[in-house]
Design a protein. Sequence first.
Length: 202
Amino acid sequence: MKRVFTLIIVILMTLLLFTSCGGKGKKTDNQDMLDVLDDLPVEMDDKTKDLLSDIAKADLPSTDGTASKIKISATLPEGWKEEEKSHSIASYMKDTSMIDVYEAWAPNEVKDLKGLAEYEQESIKKYFDDAVFYDIENDKIDGLDAIRMPIDISIGKTLKQRQTYIYFKKGGQYFKLMFAHFLDEEQGVKDIEAILDSIKID
């Protein structure tokens, strides 16, 4: 069951990346994950199923984490592992809690971090009618000015996941840290905040 929930988290993070970035870039490699959705013990509504189908055929932002201008390091609590993903700069996971850092795509009309968060929020609202959006707030990450935007997403009828975006800028480039956990994961939340406090951006 834990593996199933982890799969759901990964798919939801892919969904949010797709919807917030407009589906521009390279082909996804998530078809294998999407193929097993019919076997998951979670009832999806028709709109979610259609969006998942779009993900399998869509283009994601063409970012290459290995070619990024920044390097991310962090102190990981017990049980957390660093994952290798070609599209992310850094990726950490423990059970159904995870953190990913990406280069962020921004349209020409976006002029600052808050504008990027507001743009992505509006994009996500088009796909997730029942998502709960919290206030966009100022934040810091490794001393850099940042913007934090939390979202609660319903998965089927029984599960709720919180995804939080932290936007920051370095070297003239926008970046996005996304972390996710189920709402009842108190230890996962504590671990994630400890990781965020320890992150170094070079």
